[in-house]
Design a protein around this ligand. Structure first.
Ligand SMILES: *Cc1c(COP(=O)(O)O)cnc(C)c1O
Length: 422
């Protein structure tokens, strides 16, 4: 038995499914999870001492690579002065300034401790601000695990094929209206029929939880126009795309001005942080300046702020365009290698994110993502992992590169792919 297997056996007696977040259990790829002892740069090291080239990157946060020296030093130095004050601290102001400077649509920002809290709070604010209840989300879109968003969700909800959402009252999700990603006409129809009660449209500007799916030209623009026309808010869930698709997020890359933006993952530099921000006039409705309540004992935690600040400072001078070019070439080569083995592959790519879907069908929404052959994915995943390449254990996830991935890492990954047999 490996150390990972021993730990997993013990974990299953103590933690539901042995994990603290479902997809980590690796069930859909018929594997046991690997327990990670430490990480540095592009690599993970398991409890058994196996080194892995990582394309999960903690599901997105580690764009600088694991254990980046500036981030580690900022956390260590800040910890010397205490770990939580429950009172304002300078680092909160500094990170807020960094976020406002970076993200075009954010004039004011509130820190929370996860992406789930960010989206949940942004929706509450949108509802409080507009006095309406309805929210439009997209099939296969994932916005954390708050009740309102657990209707036809992506990420683990899609991976585990959990059909409904036990524990979520029908009364709550009845306000959640669904459309297919990239289907602007469907959104138009929803507004035509329910426009007076729609508080917000929430969307991942580049979808990242049904695999990576790009917005079609005009889709995001259309959402912006429709929400304006009906007095609803446009919420960009940039928990994955923020500071990744561009330093200023997908809104900067696509030139769209959302009312509210949700952030997470990268903004915490590997510590638990989320944030939501937007127009000053809307954000002023949050308590204590307004009446929409939202709070957090550890919100603005000094260690988390220090990690986020160090991450954003380092990212500000990184060459995003160069990483996008390298990721494009790498993912294209990977696609060609798989294609040459006679399996169907569709590749979606932007910046340092890509997904290879095992299907001939162009993937533009959740139904087309679901045409991918899960058996081929399982086989690919298992053979890559056996060769030290750590991919997300689900066909509905992204592969992430980072500024720490070397040319040698990418070459070794391509060599591993060449040895995969279907
Ligand atoms: C990960 C994710 C969330 C939830 O963030 P947590 O920190 O896991 O709560 C929300 N939205 C998107 C787009 C995400 O990818």
């Amino acid at each position: 038995m490996t150390r990972s297997q021993e730990l997993f056996e013990k974990a299953q007696t103590l933690i539901p499914g042995g994990v603290n977040s479902p997809v980590r259990a690796c069930r859909s790829v018929s594997c046991d999870p690997l327990f990670i002892a430490r990480a540095s740069g592009s690599k993970l090291v398991t409890e058994d001492g196996q080194e892995l080239i990582d394309y999960v990157m903690s599901w997105g946060p580690m764009l600088l690579g694991h254990n980046h020296p500036d981030v580690a030093a900022a956390i260590a130095a800040t910890a010397q002065g205490g770990t939580s004050f429950g009172a304002p601290c300078r680092l909160e102001v500094e990170l807020a300034q960094a976020v406002v400077d970076a993200v075009p649509g954010i004039d004011m920002v509130r820190m929370v401790s996860s992406g789930t809290e960010a989206t949940m709070s942004a929706l509450r604010l949108a509802r409080g601000y507009t006095g309406r209840n309805g929210v439009i989300k997209f099939h296969g879109g994932y916005h954390g695990h708050a009740d309102a968003f657990l209707a036809s969700a992506g990420s683990g909800v899609a991976t585990q094929s959990i059909p409904g959402t036990p524990g979520v009252p029908q009364d709550v999700v009845k306000h959640t209206l669904l459309a297919h990603y990239n289907d602007l006409d469907a959104v138009k129809t929803l507004f035509a029929n329910h426009g007076h009660d729609i508080a917000a449209v929430i969307v991942e500007p580049v979808a990242g939880n049904m695999g990576m799916v790009l917005p079609k030209p005009g889709f995001l623009e259309g959402l912006r126009e429709l929400t304006r026309a009906y007095g609803a808010l446009l919420i960009f869930d940039e928990v994955i795309t923020g500071f990744r698709v561009a330093f200023g997020g997908a809104q900067q890359a696509f030139g769209i001005d959302p009312d509210l933006t949700c952030l997470g993952k990268i903004i915490g530099g590997g510590l638990p942080v989320g944030a939501y921000g937007g127009k000053r006039e809307i954000m002023s409705h949050i308590a204590p300046s307004g009446t929409v309540y939202q709070a957090g004992t550890l919100s603005g935690n000094p260690l988390a702020m220090a990690a986020g600040l160090a991450t954003l400072k380092a990212l500000a001078s990184r060459d995003y365009a160069a990483l996008a070019v390298r990721t494009e070439a790498f993912s294209r080569e990977l696609e060609n290698i798989l294609h040459s083995k006679g399996v169907p592959v569709t590749r979606n790519h932007i910046a340092s994110i890509f997904t290879l879907f095992f299907t001939e069908t162009p993937v533009t929404d959740f139904p087309s993502a679901q045409t991918a052959d899960s058996g081929l994915f399982v086989s690919y995943y298992q053979q890559m992992r056996a060769q030290g390449i750590y991919l997300a254990p689900s066909g509905y996830e992204c592969a992430f590169t980072s500024f720490a991935h070397s040319d040698e890492d990418l070459e070794r990954t391509l060599d591993a792919a060449k040895r995969v047999r279907f």
